[in-house]
Design a protein around this ligand. Structure first.
Ligand code: GTP
Ligand code: MG
Length: 200
């Protein structure tokens, strides 16, 4: 499995960034994990890297409050983003993260692909669509990853895949393949590793 090679050596935390000026030098490509608060971004990074607490995950929406950089040995940086939408934090603080998030998604030249996580129970919401439109305008290829698929039935899974596929038809920057995952059960994690390892 090609994905295993990329993630064979330990992935390490590099830095947490609170302003565009703090981003590491744009000297290698990166991929990021974006999505609504609590969708499972940090958990997915842990599942991909096989390290339980590399990225801090929790049940409190708004857990990740900085742009967190992780280094793979030869591949891209992995970037864990603060969530959008509801967060348990003061409004002024949330607004600051959202500005940073949008500046990052639209202005990071080395961003090769944004993985946009969508909760399989909820599908694409208006706040997601806003981010997808921002990525279209910024010409950043994005790929949808459904999360927490362990929480739904086979029938619900088919329904949500259809809803997401339909929503993607109006987004020119969308990669057509939807990745179905559960960080809890490990489903889809190897597939996602391979996608990352073989990305153009
Ligand atoms: P913010 O940093 O707050 O934006 O959240 P996040 O998107 O990083 O989510 P996080 O990884 O912290 O996970 C949020 C909650 O969902 C935690 O309680 C996780 O244990 C849970 N969770 C994440 N992925 C899965 C999954 O695949 N299945 C199940 N059942 N729970 C999950
Ligand atoms: Mg997080």
């Amino acid at each position: 499995e090609r994905g295993r090679l990329l993630f064979a050596a330990p992935v390490e935390f590099l830095k947490g960034v609170v302003a565009m000026a703090g981003l590491p030098p744009a000297d290698r490509v990166e991929i990021c994990f974006a999505g609504r608060s609590n969708v499972g971004k940090s958990s997915l990074i842990n599942a991909l890297t096989g390290r339980k607490n590399l990225a801090r995950a929790s049940n409190t929406p708004g857990r990740t409050q900085e742009i967190n950089y992780f280094t793979t040995t030869e591949g891209p940086y992995l970037v864990d983003l603060p969530g959008y939408g509801f967060a348990e934090a003061p409004v002024a603080v949330v607004e600051k993260w959202q500005r940073l998030l949008k500046a990052y998604l639209s202005g990071r030249v080395t961003l090769r692909r944004a993985f946009v996580l969508i909760d399989a129970r909820h599908g694409v919401k208006a706040v997601d669509d806003e981010i997808l439109t921002l990525l279209d305008r910024s010409a950043v290829t994005f790929q949808v990853v459904l999360t927490k698929v362990d929480k739904i039935s086979k029938a619900e899974r088919e329904k949500v895949i259809e809803q997401v596929a339909q929503a993607l038809t109006k987004h020119p920057a969308a990669h057509p393949e939807i990745v179905v995952t559960s960080s809890e059960k490990g489903e889809g994690v190897a597939t996602l590793r391979t996608i990352i390892a073989t990305m153009e």
